[in-house]
Design a protein around this ligand. Structure first.
Ligand code: HEM
Length: 421
């Protein structure tokens, strides 16, 4: 039979509890600093670009804290913490229990208040329709349909939740001071085992090697925490991406309508570009169909139309890709396609044709152009860049009517190479 070491019981916390404690502590302290910085930085032109990215980071870390806190509480149900030293006075024990209880409460309430705040999709005196994408991996839903409330209610609730978030965050700062102060007192004044139970390196029996499983969990856990801190640090300080480097790897579905000249998908794109909070973006529509019939003898009889599936718009930035299909932008549910139709073909002196047309997005039609069409013996190449005004097509007009965040005019770049039948 294996003998149980007499200090096992005194050692107290499981390795899982210790790792969770330090992971949550690091995330909370980091998020306090990040939150205070970004709250100011978002309103300063010079730091706005970085702040937009940091907002996503803050929300992702905060939601992780909520998840880890739930895990910690579940773990606690099956693994009771070690008892406080018998030498502690009754009032000290009561204060310790109360502090720990309020800490758990704040660990859940701070992220929840932040989540409720962003769920209103409102900031200051205007809507701010920005999805939350957890570490750029998947979208997090808004809670309780708060964003669908009337603007007055949204504004009032947003202010309440943000005030609450801030108040809870400062309460956490006060409690952390108390908590760390108590840990120092246990270590240096009372000289008992309490602090060593959570910091194994300080434990009285630290010279005795811990069991292999426990050692592995502690080492693995602390390595994961160090890695997460390094990754977060890098995400905060790395230089912003250079102009238009968002790349899309989504495969395309570019087709020709029956009877149309045949499009070459490898050489044909409909792209778009602009800037969001000072950071350029460049994306494209990955699904569209063209119907091109060119009449060399009488240009006016030619026809160019294109159907563009709005759900296929992507610039590779998860936050944008999450926002584009919403009602505020392309409203994919209401308007699954946009379309283009050429309205005139004018041969120019150099042999090319000038093509003017109209664009329909969200049932709003407006002229765009011109595009340039070049003909060879068996093919046509259509190229050009047209400017699409967001206000004309009701794109992002609720959250950013003045083009303060996203360019008011989006450049749409077209290239289509088609083969005659
Ligand atoms: C450990 C968790 C969290 C901590 C410690 C924390 C802390 C903070 C702090 C200190 C601020 C600055 C408040 C101010 O000065 O007004 C802040 C702002 C903010 N927090 Fe959190 N937060 C946490 C979780 C979350 C979560 C989960 C979300 C959303 C999903 C969130 C969303 C926000 C937003 C959007 C702001 C900026 C408010 C604005 O300027 O519009 N936070 N947070």
């Amino acid at each position: 039979m294996t003998a149980v070491h007499p200090t096992t019981a005194a050692r107290g916390y499981t390795a899982v509890a210790i790792v969770l404690h330090w992971a949550i502590a690091a995330a909370i302290v980091g998020n306090l600093a990040i939150g205070l910085w970004m709250h100011e930085a978002i309103d300063i032109a010079a730091t706005r670009t970085r702040a937009v990215a940091v907002f996503q980071l803050h929300k992702s870390i905060g939601l992780t804290v909520l998840l880890l806190t739930l895990l910690r509480l579940l773990w606690r149900l099956g693994h009771r913490p070690p008892p406080l030293p018998a030498a502690m006075a009754g009032w000290e024990k009561a204060a310790a229990h109360a502090t720990h209880g309020v800490l758990y409460l704040l660990m859940a309430a701070i992220p929840l208040s932040g989540w409720l705040y962003v769920s209103t999709q409102w900031r200051g005196d205007a809507p701010l329709l920005v999805p939350t994408v957890w570490f750029g991996l998947f979208p997090v839903p808004n809670l309780f349909g708060l964003q669908a409330m009337a603007n007055e209610a949204r504004s009032a609730w947003a202010a309440t939740f943000l005030d609450g978030h801030e108040l809870l965050a400062w309460s956490m700062v006060a409690l952390l001071v108390l908590h760390v102060g108590a840990a120092l007192k246990h270590q240096f004044i009372d000289r008992d085992e309490v602090t060593g139970q959570m910091i194994p390196a300080l434990a009285a029996d630290r010279d005795r090697p811990p069991a292999a499983g426990r050692r592995l969990t502690l080492r693995g856990g602390f390595a994961a925490i160090a890695l997460a801190i390094a990754a977060t640090g890098w995400a905060v300080v790395r230089p912003p991406p250079p102009a238009g480097t968002s790349v899309t790897t989504a495969s395309s579905e570019v087709t020709s309508a029956p009877g149309s000249w045949t499009i070459d998908p490898a050489q044909s794109t409909i792209g778009f570009s602009g800037a969001n909070a000072g950071t350029p973006f460049r994306g494209r529509f990955t699904r569209w169909q063209s119907d091109i019939r060119i009449d060399r003898a009488s240009p006016g009889q030619s026809q160019i139309t294109a159907t563009i599936w709005t759900a296929s718009a992507t610039d590779g930035e998860p936050m944008h890709d999450e926002a584009l299909p919403t009602r505020e932008w392309f409203d994919v549910a209401g308007f699954p396609t946009a379309s283009y139709r050429a309205t005139s073909f004018q041969p120019a002196a150099d042999g090319s044709w000038t093509v003017v047309g109209e664009l329909t997005i969200k049932n709003r039609t407006a002229p765009v152009g011109p595009l340039r069409l070049e003909l060879t013996a068996d093919r046509a190449t259509i190229t050009g860049q047209v400017s699409v005004s967001r206000s004309t097509f009701d794109l992002g007009m609720e959250s950013d009517p003045a083009g303060e965040w996203v360019s008011g005019d989006i450049a749409v770049e077209v290239r289509a190479v088609v083969q005659s039948p």
